[in-house]
Ligand binder design. Sequence first.
Ligand SMILES: N[C@@H](CCC[C@H](N)C(=O)O)C(=O)O
Length: 276
Amino acid sequence: MFIQFSKMHGLGNDFMVVDCVTQNVFFNNDNIRRLADRNTGIGFDQLLVVEAPYDPDLDFHYRIFNSDGTEVEQCGNGARCFASFVRHKGLTNKSKIAVSTSAGKISLQVEYDGQITVNMGVPELSPDKIPFRAKQQEKTYILRALESTVFCGAVSMGNPHCVTLVDDIEAAPLADLGHAIAHHERFPNRVNAGFMQVLSPDHAKLRVYERGVGETQACGTGACAAAVVGQLQGKLGQDVCIELPGGKLQISWRGPGTPVFMTGPATHVYDGQINI
Ligand SMILES: N[C@@H](CCC[C@H](N)C(=O)O)C(=O)O
């Protein structure tokens, strides 16, 4: 069966995007892993599947799958690419789009300069909602991983994140410590492991070892989580530039109980068709 898709990226975090409003496609763990393969498939960090809305107040529903085939709740860079995709494909001409993912509803605004602002919702800090095994909610948790003591923050942006502050982002041990944190038994659903170096109260550098993928060029929900943890730990202000290997995101958060806003680009690479 041939399907039409678009290849897109948000700061190098790359996606296969499929319109399942007009196409009927069945994805499973097997065909997702085959398509995600960078040598023998299309190659991507996440597959985004655009569907008709389940709720009359919404414009679309979309599903997110990591390259290892697992379905996940939220994707920040994916949300911006989703907004650009549905407009490019003529599925909507709205500049304000309401969409649900398995984590709930989010809203997106396409700005005049083509950048996209996403209301990513209120971050969840309560350990059992992340989920994270801890006696009580803290700004900083102590985690033992790979013989190291890690001082980290934990937050859910719909999906789980663990953020560790470091002095030198280039030297952050993502491949080993990032992998160990991502699979730590205190995160029962696994976790996205971010490492952040704060440069000033409005600027930080971040690298993320993503659950189900490995290190990516950028992680939108990771940038939101880093801004939240940095502010809670008193290192960052309310409006910050989070600089990832693939580029910069602007993140705004007014504190606990309020939503996080993320602004950044979405890039269309090419359209294609493939037999799955
Ligand atoms: N790249 C994403 C996050 C994708 C999902 C993540 N790997 C997870 O398993 O939760 C982003 O831009 O937020």
